[in-house]
Design a protein around this ligand. Structure first.
Ligand code: NAD
Length: 261
């Protein structure tokens, strides 16, 4: 028996990275999964490979949300799980951050999660209850210089998670957040994505990141997207049946404190 047998779960930003690993794991655990992303070719190919359904969903767009829910219901009859995973990261000190960049990050990371909860929660309630997992970040619980817009949106996601948990409990919906530290995806190592990158440069970037996380993170390494997927599975399945409204840190101990010797 799978941990998600009979469940129908929509995952945003599922074409690659953590969302991809969540989709793969959820299908293995018996869920019928709807992958949503703006990377249509990658998303379609992954859905075909794992036996899932792909929908184009730009999380900033209300119409896309409505269409995605309609597609999920047409394919599987209902929807009883949502993973708000899509997100973007931009680097600037606050005083140098262009307004349109700040707003772009808010639109994807924060408005996207709001629209997801608002659109999908009534469907989950109609299905008799279920779960929402929002992807916040280590930077949703503490400061991180150089990523002010991102950190602001991730803090906002923790707040939205708590409010949604309070408002939706009576409708049978549990809402939690995951707060990953550094995870080895294109977001933390964009050179993985550049087709023109010299492989030697990419390898050098990866080695530099390894060195960085060895110093910063007590467990001495960057996290793997598969590890985050297992936490999201826990929060989506029955093993977390008495848990709602909480942010779950998965960061190799990074947030535990600083080392002074
Ligand atoms: P990633 O860049 O590989 O994946 C992000 C996905 O979101 C991509 O598939 C992308 O196409 C999609 N996306 C971007 N804008 C979108 C939009 N408008 N509509 C729909 N989809 C959109 O990175 P990842 O690490 O897999 O990121 C997943 C989540 O984890 C993000 O919310 C990110 O902020 C969060 N996170 C990542 C890290 C890390 O170190 N990688 C750490 C903490 C939190």
């Amino acid at each position: 028996m799978g941990k998600l047998d009979g469940r129908v779960v929509l995952i945003t930003g599922a074409a690659r990275g953590q969302g991809e690993q969540e989709a793969r794991l959820f299908v293995r655990e018996g869920a019928r999964v709807v992958l949503a992303d703006v990377l249509d070719d990658q998303g379609e190919a992954l859905a075909k490979e794992i036996g899932a359904r792909y929908v184009h969903l730009d999380v900033r767009e209300e119409d896309d949300w409505r269409a995605a829910v309609a597609a999920a219901k047409e394919a599987y009859g209902r929807i009883d799980g949502l993973v708000n995973n899509a997100g973007i990261l931009r680097f600037h000190e606050l005083v140098d951050t262009p307004l349109d960049e700040f707003q772009q990050v808010v639109q994807v990371n924060q408005v996207g999660v709001f629209l997801g909860i608002r659109t999908v929660a009534p469907e989950i309630a109609d299905a008799g209850g279920g779960t929402i997992v929002n992807t916040a970040s280590y930077a949703g619980l503490t400061g991180m210089a150089g990523v002010g817009a991102y950190a602001a949106t991730k803090h906002a996601i923790v707040g939205l998670t708590r409010v949604a948990a309070l408002e939706l409990a009576a409708r049978g919906i549990r809402v939690n957040a995951v707060c990953p530290g550094a995870v080895d995806t294109a977001m933390s190592n964009p050179s993985q994505l550049d087709p023109d990158a010299d492989p030697a440069d990419s390898a050098a970037t990866s080695r530099a990141l390894d060195q960085l996380y060895r110093r910063l993170v007590p467990l001495g390494r960057i996290g793997r997207p598969e590890e985050v997927a297992r936490l999201v599975l826990f929060l989506t399945g029955e093993d977390s049946s008495y848990i709602t409204g909480q942010p779950f840190v998965i960061d190799g101990g990074w947030l535990a404190g600083v080392t002074v010797i």
